[in-house]
Design a protein around this ligand. Sequence first.
Ligand SMILES: NC(=O)c1ccc[n+]([C@@H]2O[C@H](COP(=O)([O-])OP(=O)(O)OC[C@H]3O[C@@H](n4cnc5c(N)ncnc54)[C@H](O)[C@@H]3O)[C@@H](O)[C@H]2O)c1
Length: 358
Amino acid sequence: MAYAENINVELGKRSYRIVIGSGILPGLGGAISENLSKTGKAALVSNPTVHAIYGKAVEKSLRRAGYQVITVLIPDGERYKTLKSAELIWGKMLKARLERASFIVALGGGVVGDIAGFAASAYMRGIRFVQVPTTLLAQVDSSVGGKTGVNHPLGKNMIGAFWQPSLVWIDTETLKTLPPRELPAGMAEVIKYGVIKDRRFFSYLRDNAEAVKRQRPAELTHIVAASCRTKAQVVSRDERESGLRAILNYGHTVGHAIETLTNYKKYLHGEAVAIGMCAEAEIASRKGLITRPEVEQIQSVVEAYGLPSSLPKGLLKRRDIANAMTLDKKVLAGEVRMVLPERIGKVRIDTVSRGDLL
Ligand SMILES: NC(=O)c1ccc[n+]([C@@H]2O[C@H](COP(=O)([O-])OP(=O)(O)OC[C@H]3O[C@@H](n4cnc5c(N)ncnc54)[C@H](O)[C@@H]3O)[C@@H](O)[C@H]2O)c1
């Protein structure tokens, strides 16, 4: 465990630990017995893709620590983030007689984490769960903060619960097997933390792009830990998104409009957020909030990580993007509320008129 880092998410009785390290997967069972309970039954929830690579190691670690393990695999993909998948998990857990003292281990990306967390929130009115995120997006974003849920035919993430994990166990070595577009896509959220709250971290990302892209353990662990620390701070102060937590939406208002208009097909979420961060920085500059050189620095770090900083010419019309945003839930009396950078490391939430969007 050469590079393990520990972060506490302070939420009173619901506080929990995030542990980040390179090659720490075999230590999971031991960590659960220190943090949750010494004995009992566990449901390992994963998908066939991730389970084929890491499932055996996790099952072995849990069994060695003394737990009885059942494994539930849900099909791979966002379209399976449904109540039906949650029902499949509940059915297997009931058949295997998992109790209120049992727990779920979510092994996979954000899709698995969101469904498994939701399944934990409602099984026998709520049992504990452990996040073992295996995509960069899940490690720096979705596994921390307690938002869980599934999609409904009428909207994404519409059915869910705030349900905090009892432990988040992050092995950065799992990122080595990710499909090629997934690492840069996760980097969009990492860069976001630098822009919204941490100028020094932003500079670190600029100066260490090659080492991070080559997945050097020390640098990778550092950036995941720094990201989790920022998310943990924000979430501790605003667990249920009544104010501060909204700053995490930087890049997401434009990003979401792009995802909607391209039917969630052309861009991964992080790629759309990358374009969104650059576009929102442009809007901030047009409103006189941020200087041009700082906007260019954001664009250049986005590009350094292999992410798009703008839309290809002719793909979408500005007017359509503006329309999509004014249909978004963040709209207040015809104006869009948006997270805008004032400088790198500091953002404010402001209203943007249609004129500023076009
Ligand atoms: N709860 C939150 O706060 C929150 C925040 C952001 C996003 N999300 C949700 O996260 C989801 C997206 O998560 P994602 O980007 O991780 O996508 P994902 O879970 O679909 O994973 C992407 C792909 O990578 C594969 N994979 C995962 N880990 C792997 C590994 N180590 N090696 C090889 N393949 C691997 C998966 O099987 C999948 O095919 C969305 O549903 C989104 O709504 C939730």
